[in-house]
Each structure stands twice: as structure tokens, then as C-alpha cells.
Design a protein around this ligand. Structure first.
Ligand code: FES
Length: 396
């Protein structure tokens, strides 16, 4: 209020007895507001044009509601897991993210346009001029302002526009549900549900349930092809990402080398789903690093991991111990492994312990050897700790 002294201010009792119209008038007077225009957009109620405008607003809120519900449906039920390019499910997989964006975008647009249309079509068309004043408004100003808002609502007829009220509730409710589904979705998921073992978060695809040999396989871009990795495939100071390949076994549990030869030569088929799963399971990727000889002599090994390497070859999980991004960057000159997500860095010469960034745990190391008969790398066991970020059951 700019100039209280010149204005007659009603007492609290008088204020309490005033109705909305009186408060509205008082508010204008106290604030030096001049209403140049204050037109009811629908002076004649219930016309066809008014009903048409009402339906248009309701249509946008309905669209927002349907899009919000569709978002929740897509988020919960759409097949989101990676499907290889040649499979039937690939197109559905490709549509997952665009559909999430489209449905959430439509929900936001629906609510936005609905609110703007309501304001344009139903709120009083007002042009007011007011002198500026400084500081927080006194109680009397706030009461009269609320009256002003209530009057705009009353003139717009919101109380009797049940179609708009219901659709606005539907639209904003479904949109709220969609927004809540994002953080809640990851909390109500059971991480153990798809695990093949009881303590699945502690194991990866490098586990050999029947004691079979698990070789290192490179990703050629074709999930059907199987190429195993030998020491001579890597130059000194280089890194390759590898995935597990479970070798066939004989009845006595030994590696079936004849069957393995047939598989590698393309004479014997392996279940394509199994091959694809090995490349897509999130905790499978491993960085096989070959240190330069001059760096190999500087290595400090972790306790209980003294024999995990094969000469200058070290295998670390590619899943960052901070939040699980792929730590894909190996810098040969400094022997640092970098995670691009939040810039954590791990020292490849010190059992991949974190030396920079938010990660606090080392990258899990995979124990490796070379198969004497074929010359291919294999993992002698699964990781000796869980890979990736922390989870509730994990103590360290
Ligand atoms: Fe690697 Fe955050 S996920 S630093």
C-alpha cells in the first residue's frame, strides 16, 4: 500500500463483515488501482459458444490425463530391455524412450494449453493500473488480494464448470502420477526377481555354475558371432572390452574342445538368446588391459588378488563403483581408468583403486589365465566381490 495515511482503513471487525465485492473494491482503492476494464467474458451464461470453449479446455485436460496414464503404462509395461537388431523385439525396444518422451511431453502440453485457454476464455478481461509500492504487503492488502482472486474465479464460473474441473483434476492427477512413477519405479522393482541364483547381485555372467570354463569374448557388433581373445590380440598399453562365453563341457565336466572348435568355426550353433544375453547383461563387461612392460613392474596388487593377473594383463569390471556407468576410458600414459559420468578416476597400477572423483570403492578385478590348449583367455572364477554401485544388502 503506497499511502496508508490518506486512506480510511476499516477495523478488523469491519473487515470480517465485508463480502467479496466490498473487499474487492476496497483492495482497489487502498492500492491505488484503477480498473480500466473488467469485463465478464460470458455476460450471457450458457451460450453455445461458452459451452464450446468449455469443451475445448476440457479436451486439453483430457489429453493431458490420457497422456499421463499412457506414460505410466509405457513406463511399467513396455519392453525396455535391449533387443538385438535382427530380433522381432528390436523395434519395440527402439520405441521405448521416444514413447516416454512423447507421452510425458503431451501431458505437459495438455495441462499448459488447458490452463492458458481457461485463463483466456473464462477469467475476467481486466486492465488495471496500479502505483508501485515497496516491501511486504500488509494483512489488509493480502485479504483483499485473495478476494480479488476469488472474484476472478467466481466470474469465470469455475464453480459451475464441472466438466473443466473434472478434466483438470484428471489431467493434473495423471501427470502427477507420471512424474511420481519415475523415481518410484526404480524403488518398487525387485532387483533379485530375474536373478538365476538367490544372491544374484553378488554374481555376474562370469560365474560358472557347472564349473565350465568361461572364456573372454569380444563384441564384434554381431551378437551371433563368437570371437575369443588371445594375449597377442592386444598391443602393450591397450584395452579391450570382453564378455563371458561359457565353453561346452564333456560328460566328465572337462572343456569339450572338439565342440568348441566347431562353434568357433561356425559348424555348431549356440542358442542366440544366450549369446545376446552375454553381451547385454549389465554386469558382464570387463576391461582387459595390457600394461606396457615398464608400467607392469610398478603394479601394486590388492590383498587376496595377487594371482588375478596374467603377466601384464589385468581384467577389471567396466561397471563404475559409483553409480554404475561404463568406465570406458583407459589412458595409457597415466594408467588411469576414467568414468565419463562423474569423472571418477581409478589407478590401473593400484588394483583400480579410486584416486579422483566421487567413487570410493575400487573396481572389482576378474582373475584370469590363458587356456594352455587353445591360447584363449578365460576367467578362473567370478569376481570376488559385487560389481557396480552400492545396494541395500551390501555392507562395504
Ligand atoms: Fe562413474 Fe559416477 S558413475 S563416476
Amino acid at each position: 500500500m503506497s499511502d496508508d495515511a490518506k486512506k480510511e482503513i476499516p477495523s478488523d471487525d469491519q473487515l470480517a463483515e465485508m463480502d467479496r465485492d466490498e473487499l474487492l473494491k476496497l483492495g482497489g482503492e487502498l492500492d491505488d488501482v484503477q480498473l480500466v476494464e473488467y469485463d465478464d467474458p460470458w455476460p450471457v451464461k450458457g451460450t453455445r459458444a461458452e459451452k464450446r470453449a468449455e469443451r475445448a479446455v476440457a479436451a486439453w485436460f483430457t489429453l493431458a490425463g490420457l497422456a499421463g496414464l499412457a506414460f505410466v503404462g509405457v513406463f511399467i509395461a513396455w519392453p525396455w530391455r535391449y533387443a538385438p537388431a535382427h530380433s522381432d523385439a528390436h523395434v519395440l525396444y527402439l520405441l521405448y524412450t521416444p514413447l516416454l518422451g512423447l507421452t510425458l511431453g503431451l501431458a505437459i502440453v495438455g495441462i499448459g494449453v488447458g490452463v492458458v485457454m481457461y485463463a483466456k476464455k473464462f477469467l475476467p478481461h481486466e486492465v488495471a493500473v496500479q502505483q508501485r509500492h515497496e516491501g511486504r504487503s500488509p494483512e489488509i492488502d493480502r485479504q483483499t488480494f485473495v478476494a480479488h482472486l476469488a472474484d476472478a474465479g467466481a466470474v469465470s464460473g469455475i464453480a459451475r464448470r464441472s466438466l473443466i474441473k473434472r478434466t483438470a483434476l484428471f489431467g493434473t492427477g495423471a501427470f502427477g502420477l507420471a512424474v511420481a512413477a519415475l523415481p518410484l519405479g526404480s524403488l518398487i522393482k525387485n532387483p533379485h526377481a530375474e536373478s538365476t541364483t538367490k544372491d544374484g547381485l553378488w554374481h555376474t555372467g562370469w560365474l560358472a555354475p557347472q564349473g565350465e570354463r568361461v572364456f573372454m569374448r569380444r563384441d564384434t557388433g554381431d551378437s551371433h558371432s563368437i570371437e575369443l581373445v588371445k594375449p597377442e590380440d592386444l598391443d602393450a598399453g591397450s584395452m579391450e572390452t570382453v564378455f563371458p562365453f561359457h565353453a561346452p563341457v564333456t560328460k566328465s565336466g572337462e572343456v569339450d574342445y572338439a565342440a568348441l572348435d566347431d562353434i568357433l568355426a561356425g559348424r555348431k550353433r549356440v542358442d542366440p538368446a544366450e549369446l545376446s544375453e552375454a553381451l547385454t547383461r549389465s554386469d558382464n563387461p570387463v576391461m582387459l588391459i595390457r600394461l606396457r612392460p615398464e608400467d607392469g613392474v610398478k603394479v601394486v596388487k590388492a590383498q587376496n588378488q595377487e594371482d588375478f593377473n596374467y603377466g601384464d594383463y589385468y581384467a577389471y569390471t567396466k561397471i563404475c563403483s559409483h553409480l554404475g556407468c561404463p568406465t570406458s576410458l583407459y589412458e595409457q600414459r597415466t594408467n588411469r581408468i576414467l568414468c565419463p559420468c562423474h569423472q571418477s578416476q581409478f589407478d590401473a597400477l593400484h588394483y583400480a583403486k579410486p584416486i579422483f572423483g566421487p567413487a570410493t570403492r575400487k573396481l572389482a578385478q576378474l582373475p584370469i589365465q590363458v587356456d594352455a590348449r587353445t591360447g584363449y583367455f578365460y576367467a578362473t572364477a567370478d569376481f570376488n566381490e559385487a560389481v557396480g554401485p552400492a545396494f541395500w544388502e551390501r555392507k562395504s
